[in-house]
Every structure is written in structure tokens, then in C-alpha cells.
Design a binder for this molecule. Structure first.
Ligand code: THU
Length: 132
């Protein structure tokens, strides 16, 4: 099985655990790191709606918790007719751990439907060098 197919399967698996009783829109995400490891996330909604978190945020938090900081690719999966785009905030979250080759893949329940580089999806990002 290709790396991408594996990543898609992991995202699907995460989606099964999504907690989305308010929107009924389950989302799964799986991140492949430069080191070759996979971390998963699902959306986790809250009765106080703005407290809910996106699948991508969960996957990135799992990656960081494991001490990894470089995303090679991310797959986001939902059951929607048009493949979903990560929301604006999640694009920024992905970008933080990306390089110029980082890929964002969007999938429905059957297959990956589109693939873009992160800088195609968020070409004009906030990237001030606050680390100096
Ligand atoms: N959601 C994600 O998890 N990722 C996205 O990229 C878009 C939206 C979630 C948030 C909320 O739980 C539900 O989908 C409906 O917006």
C-alpha cells in the first residue's frame, strides 16, 4: 500500500472517532511527518460551540506531543460531495509545521479528491519572524 493510501486510511479511522453531535459533520485528519510517522486527529465539538476543535488541530497536537514538528503531508477526510478544504485557521496551523513541499490532500470516504501544496492554499500568510 502506498504511503498516501496508508495516510488516507488513518484519516478515515480517525474520522470514525469524531465527536460531532452538533454539526453531524465528522472530519478525520492524518499527518505524515518527515520522519515517516503518522499522527491522527478528529474534530471534537463542544456544547459551547466555539470551543470545538478541528480534526487538523487534533492531528497536529498529537504530532507535537510526540516531539515532531515537520509535516510532509496531511490528509483531511469528510463525507461531503465537494471535497473539504481545511478552514483558514487550520491552513495557518498546517503552515507552521510545513516546508515548501508540504502537501494537503482532501478526501471523501472513498478516495483522495484533490492535492495541493500548502503555499498554493495559503499564498499570503502571516509569517513574521517572531523567533528572533
Ligand atoms: N471541521 C474540521 O474538523 N476541519 C475542517 O477543515 C473544517 C471543519 C469541523 C469543525 C466542526 O466540528 C465541523 O467540522 C463543522 O464545521
Amino acid at each position: 500500500m502506498s504511503d498516501l493510501k496508508k495516510l488516507f486510511k488513518q484519516a478515515l479511522e480517525a474520522r470514525n472517532n469524531a465527536y460531532a453531535p452538533y454539526s453531524n459533520f465528522k472530519v478525520g485528519a492524518a499527518v505524515l511527518t518527515k520522519k515517516g510517522h503518522i499522527y491522527k486527529g478528529a474534530n471534537a465539538e463542544n456544547v459551547s460551540y466555539p470551543c470545538g476543535t478541528c480534526a487538523e488541530a487534533g492531528a497536529i497536537a498529537a504530532m507535537v506531543s510526540a516531539g515532531e514538528y515537520e509535516i510532509a503531508a496531511i490528509v483531511v477526510v469528510a463525507d461531503s460531495q465537494n471535497p473539504i478544504m481545511p478552514c483558514g485557521a487550520c491552513l495557518q496551523r498546517i503552515l507552521e509545521f510545513s516546508n515548501k513541499d508540504t502537501m494537503v490532500h482532501s478526501a471523501d470516504l472513498n478516495e483522495i479528491r484533490f492535492s495541493y501544496r500548502i503555499d498554493e492554499l495559503l499564498p499570503f500568510s502571516f509569517h513574521e519572524d517572531l523567533k528572533k
